[in-house]
Design a protein around this ligand. Structure first.
Ligand SMILES: CC(C)(COP(=O)(O)OP(=O)(O)OC[C@H]1O[C@@H](n2cnc3c(N)ncnc32)[C@H](O)[C@@H]1OP(=O)(O)O)[C@@H](O)C(=O)NCCC(=O)NCCS
Length: 338
């Protein structure tokens, strides 16, 4: 299946998906709910984004509690105990606190006492970046197991007075347990990652940090919220995602038809459909669940992958293509045989 010799030779050990899981807060916010707080309509939101509702964290939910629950579900499906995990990566832009890392909280909540744990911030590309890092550790033989989580409480940094951005975002977490094995499915076959820091202003949340510390009054109080240049992001995302898919197919010597499910970051249904059409993916092989969750940043791909696995849309042996684009700017992809 993988004819490229450079890929085959690097896979002495395979990083395979042993289980997936997800967790979203109970509270749901519909488009009708937004019509009560900003000047918008269900028709505008559905037509422009494909979103109908999103889950919003309650007072007891935090990024770490959602991440830990997603991880427990993934461990259960993998038939593994938390003590068996050797590496935990949590991708997030809404960490539990400045420090310690969210991953350390998750480690403690799970009782994963044999793992080392750290966070990774690559905005919406955080999960695909994290999978590529875990792949390196597992395929080199350094570790045997890893828990890779994407988790966000974006509602905590959403400006509910800005109608062009607030309708987009939701909260949740998704997780994948990876195992190093020497036979069976290929697991993570290929990963690729990019960044362009010169375009940082397109997607940002500026305070509080070193540049805008809490001790100095902000020139604009809205700097504590996410701020996006939707139009700019839209066009760049389409171009980069098409490039990523073409690179993955070429490097893995695959055709579009070989991909059982194309699972892109859920940023906008129109972006996903326009990319899918350009690349000639059959409609049933393009996974979209943004209607139920909105954009959950680093959590969106693992939530989608878990839904695909639980509903039988993706089966053992299938090849899936995960593609992300987000703040940084960052973008990246993974090709995985499940
Ligand atoms: C945000 C996004 C949905 C906006 O869609 P769009 O088709 O580009 O819409 P525009 O920004 O051009 O706005 C069109 C009009 O709708 C208005 N509008 C914006 N938000 C609205 C809302 N929630 N309800 C009603 N009207 C709205 C705008 O004010 C504008 O009005 P105008 O023409 O009178 O100025 C789209 O650009 C997008 O999804 N971008 C990428 C999202 C992103 O960056 N996600 C985070 C990174 S992963």
């Amino acid at each position: 299946m993988v004819n490229n010799p450079t890929i085959q030779s690097s896979l002495r050990l395979r990083a395979v998906v042993a289980g997936t899981g997800s967790s979203v807060p109970a509270k749901v916010m519909t488009n009708e709910d937004f019509m009560k707080i900003v000047d918008t309509s269900d028709e505008w939101i559905v037509t422009r984004t494909g979103i109908r509702e999103r889950h919003i964290a309650g007072p007891q939910d935090t990024t770490a509690t959602l991440a830990a629950q997603a991880a427990r579900n993934a461990l259960e499906r993998a038939g593994m105990k938390p003590e068996e995990i050797e590496l935990i990566i949590v991708a997030t832009v809404t960490p539990e606190m400045v420090f310690p890392s969210t991953a350390c909280f998750v480690q403690a909540m799970l009782g994963a006492s044999n793992a080392w744990a750290f966070d990774l911030n690559a905005a919406c590309s955080g999960f695909v970046y994290s999978l590529s890092i875990a792949q390196q550790f597992l395929s080199s033989g350094r570790y045997r197991t890893a828990l890779v989580i994407g988790a966000e409480t974006l509602s905590r940094i959403t400006n509910y007075k800005d109608r062009s951005s607030c309708i987009l975002f939701g909260d949740g977490a998704g997780a994948v347990v990876l195992k190093a094995v020497s036979s069976g499915p290929e697991g993570i076959m290929y990963s690729t990652s990019f960044s362009d820091g010169s375009s940082w202003e397109a997607l940002k949340c500026q305070a509080y940090g070193s540049r805008h510390p809490v001790s100095i009054p902000l020139e604009n109080p809205d700097m504590v919220y996410m701020d996006i240049n939707g139009r700019e992001v839209y066009h760049t995302a389409v171009r980069r995602i098409v490039e990523l898919v073409n690179e993955c197919l070429e490097k893995c010597d695959l055709q579009v038809e070989d991909i059982a499910m194309f699972i892109p970051h859920q940023m906008n249904a129109r972006i996903i459909e326009s990319v899918g059409k350009r690349l000639r993916f059959a409609d049933e092989k393009i996974f979209i669940n943004i209607d139920k969750y909105g954009n959950t940043s680093a959590a969106s791909i693992p939530i989608a992958l878990d839904e695909c696995c639980r509903t039988g849309k993706v089966k053992s042996g299938d090849i899936v293509l995960l593609v992300a684009f987000g703040g940084g700017l960052t973008w990246g992809a993974n090709v995985i045989q499940m």
